[in-house]
Design a protein around this ligand. Structure first.
Ligand code: G3H
Ligand code: 13P
Ligand code: ZN
Length: 332
């Protein structure tokens, strides 16, 4: 048993209070490897932003739980070495069972998501409540995120063809019965780099897809039902066109890419939305730079020479998000 406090981590409770009050959102960046983690920490220290390091079940398998524990501790020490002791959360993304959440809690996670959103309502309540009871009864309180409503999109461990918006009529009952610390909702975001079908979008003259707007009306209704309660947005990558173009210029093929426009995320971050999940944008930035370097320098075979520039680009991307999209810069 390792408590997150031994690793120098914090849970989300105080961070979310500050974020809701201050009208900004805490970045929740997914990572699987050292370079992604370095880029996140460098960007968050430079912009003085708190951060949620987010690990999916697939990422945990990929990186290995023991490695992850030491990486999280390393991230805390690295931030101090870079000159700012920013608050760092280690969060399980899309936990799909009580056992997985329990295991993460026992191995140093300070926050977990139990995603019962695909289950019938009562089963979602029962599973979420069970995780909350375990997490909150630890010596060091572990925070729990639940989800109501289903996002469309496909990722390794998360997949659903259609989205179902969160029903505002259910949120009070869910929060009351489960005791969750935050609630992920579905208002039109979606996982992955192709968030909408082309027929759901409009097109600019040069063929760029413009997605349907987020359902801010649903968000407002939810805020009325749960005043001041921390709300989470998944599937919030913007899918920057410059990375998509760079990937395609250097041999990739990513048709129908479309994300959530930054202005809409900025608007959401000013509301009760206090955690915004971003994974795909980091994947795109990294892939774009690796493709560029390898294609421009075909004789290069030192991984540092192509992963290094990808890491630098990632850092730039995260710093930009903190400053201009989430508003978390200067809030550490
Ligand atoms: O929402 C899901 C995240 O993007 C994690 O994706 O399961 O492929 O690691 P993954
Ligand atoms: P994106 O695929 O939009 O980056 O969403 C990530 C996410 O929701 C992780 O839980
Ligand atoms: Zn997600």
């Amino acid at each position: 048993m390792t408590s997150y406090k031994e690793l120098g981590l914090v849970n989300t409770v105080e961070l979310f209070k500050k974020a809701v009050k201050g009208g900004f959102a805490i970045p929740a960046y997914n990572f699987n490897n050292m370079e992604q983690l370095q880029a996140i920490i460098q960007a968050c220290v430079e912009t003085k932003s708190p951060v949620i390091l987010q690990v999916s079940a697939g990422a945990r398998k990929y990186a290995n739980q023991t490695m992850l524990q030491y990486m999280a501790k390393g991230a805390v020490e690295y931030a101090k070495e870079l000159g700012c002791n920013i608050p760092i959360v280690l969060h399980l993304d899309h936990g799909d069972s009580f056992e997985l959440c329990k295991n993460c809690i026992e191995t140093g996670f300070s926050s977990v998501m139990i995603d019962g959103s695909h289950l019938p309502y009562d089963e979602n309540v029962a599973l979420t409540k069970k995780v909350v009871e375990f997490a909150h009864s630890q010596k060091d309180y572990v925070s729990v995120e639940g989800e109501l409503g289903v996002l469309a999109g496909v990722e390794d461990d998360v997949s659903s063809e259609h989205s179902h918006y969160t029903q505002p009529a259910e949120v009070q009952d869910f929060v009351k019965k489960t005791g969750v610390d935050s609630l992920a909702i579905s208002i039109g975001t979606s996982h992955g780099r192709a968030k909408f079908k082309p027929e759901q979008c409009t097109k600019t003259a040069d063929g760029i897809l413009i997605p349907p707007p987020l359902r801010f009306d649903i968000l407002e209704e939810i805020e009325k039902k749960l005043p001041g309660f921390p709300i989470v947005l998944h599937g919030s990558s913007s899918v920057p066109i410059e990375y998509v173009k760079m990937i395609e210029q250097y041999g990739g093929k990513l048709s129908d890419s479309v994300g959530i426009p930054e202005e809409q995320l900025r608007k959401a971050a000013k509301s009760a939305v206090c955690k915004i999940n971003i994974d795909s944008d980091g994947r795109l930035a990294m892939t774009a730079l690796i493709r560029k370097v390898l294609s421009e320098k075909p004789d290069e075979f030192d991984p540092r020479k192509y992963i290094g520039p990808a890491r630098d680009e990632l850092k730039k991307l995260y710093a930009h998000k903190n400053k201009n999209v989430l508003g978390s810069a200067g809030q550490a």
